[in-house]
Design a binder for this molecule. Structure first.
Ligand SMILES: Cc1ncc(C[n+]2csc(CCOP(=O)(O)OP(=O)(O)O)c2C)c(N)n1
Length: 365
């Protein structure tokens, strides 16, 4: 027999350990000056404000969920840079296709906080956005938003619009078939799509290491020939530059980009789950030292651009925003089954029509 091919060697070469793209380290120091974005003081402050807003928003809605006021809630603590700075890097007219965990970036993208609150409770008001809001409702089916984003991206291209579709998916979601299909389709048609894989460590209780043999999730872009980058997802500057660059690349007609943001989910999967059953306290603590809010605060404080008083004002405003949104959500007409069925199709299929008529009659009694 002739000499055997050394697959182990090939695998090592094609599946290498890579360091994430980083601009600011855990101490708040700039370690990659060449890529430091040219941001004004106001923009730097805005970036911190939006992340403080995100953390406080999560705190408030988590409390409301624990009190039984809101339905099941997927917490976002730890993913502020990954979700909110990527959204911050978009331009007006760009589309967002979120997953169930990406409610905060949707609000920044124009969805009303009242509607977000109604979404947690399954009210159709939580899905019925104004036409000017370029966001899909959160996708609960794992991976389905990837296919939809490929379609939206292709639509933008055919329309000649200089905009992108940005979609988020979790690390677990990258194991789903839809993920590969969407990436491949967008690649073939050079669709302007930014696929953001938020690697937050766990898919419910399943660690990232159980999901794939790939050293990174971003390198899955190689298989379909699209641009990709492994990014420190708790470094706001790295997230900003990666998203801005991907946007420019996609809008100029060069095709989609897959970004992996390495981050961590500090909280449970949803508030009905107990992460102490599947991970050690030490792991969580290790990630705390990488927290985006801590590094950005250090960076800004050194420049004299941030104070505790300023942070407290943002938190108070956020609490007020959530309270007002909750009050407004209570004033929206009560959800009925017939109203729900009516919201599904422009032209109702016969089976839905029958159910609609049945419930309408029942509700009228
Ligand atoms: C097609 C499909 N299969 C299974 C589920 C159940 N499910 C809900 S969340 C989840 C884990 C997703 O983990 P990941 O993609 O890492 O996202 P994260 O929750 O960490 O943001 C699963 C399997 C689902 N919603 N859809």
């Amino acid at each position: 027999m002739s000499k055997l091919i050394d697959f182990k060697k090939i695998l090592k070469q094609t599946n290498p350990d890579v360091k994430p793209f980083q601009i600011m380290d855990e101490k708040g120091d700039i370690v990659n000056d060449a890529f430091m974005p040219d941001l004004s003081d106001d923009q730097l402050i805005q970036m911190m404000e939006v992340m403080v807003w995100g953390r406080e928003y999560n705190n408030r809605v988590s409390i409301l969920s624990r009190q039984g006021v809101l339905g099941n809630l997927p917490p976002t603590e730890g993913q502020e840079a990954s979700q909110l700075i990527s959204q911050y890097a978009l331009e007006k007219g760009d589309w967002l296709l979120p997953s169930y965990r990406d409610v905060p970036p949707m609000i920044r993208h124009g969805v009303k906080t009242r509607q977000a609150i109604n979404w947690y409770n399954g009210h159709t008001d939580g899905f019925s956005y104004d036409k000017s809001v370029k966001s899909f409702p959160p996708q609960v089916i794992i991976g389905a938003q990837i296919i939809q984003a490929a379609g939206v991206g292709l639509g933008l291209k055919l329309d000649g619009q200089k905009h992108v579709a940005l979609t988020y998916i979790g690390d677990g979601g990258t194991s789903q078939g839809d993920f590969y299909e969407g990436l491949n389709f967008a690649g073939v048609y050079d669709a302007p799509v930014i696929f953001v894989a938020q690697n937050n460590g766990y898919g419910i209780s399943v660690p990232r290491s159980f999901q794939t043999r790939s050293k990174t999730l971003s390198q899955k872009g190689i298989g379909v020939g699209i641009a990709h980058l492994f990014v420190d997802g708790m470094d706001p500057f790295a997230v900003y530059v990666a998203t801005k660059s991907a946007r420019e690349y996609a809008v100029s007609g060069q095709g989609p980009v897959l970004l992996e943001f390495l981050t961590f989910r500090f909280g449970p999967h949803t508030l009905s789950d107990d992460p102490r059953r599947y991970r050690e306290h030490e792991e969580v603590e290790q990630w705390r030292s990488k927290d985006q809010l801590v590094r950005m605060r250090k960076f800004l404080e050194r420049k004299g651009l941030w104070t505790q008083e300023h942070e407290d004002v943002i938190k108070e405003k956020t609490q007020h925003e959530v309270k007002e949104a909750l009050d407004a959500s209570r004033n929206v007409e009560k959800q009925t089954v017939s109203g729900y069925l009516e919201s599904m199709f422009e032209v109702m299929p016969q089976t839905i029509k029958e159910q609609f008529e049945f419930y309408k009659a029942k509700e009228g009694q």
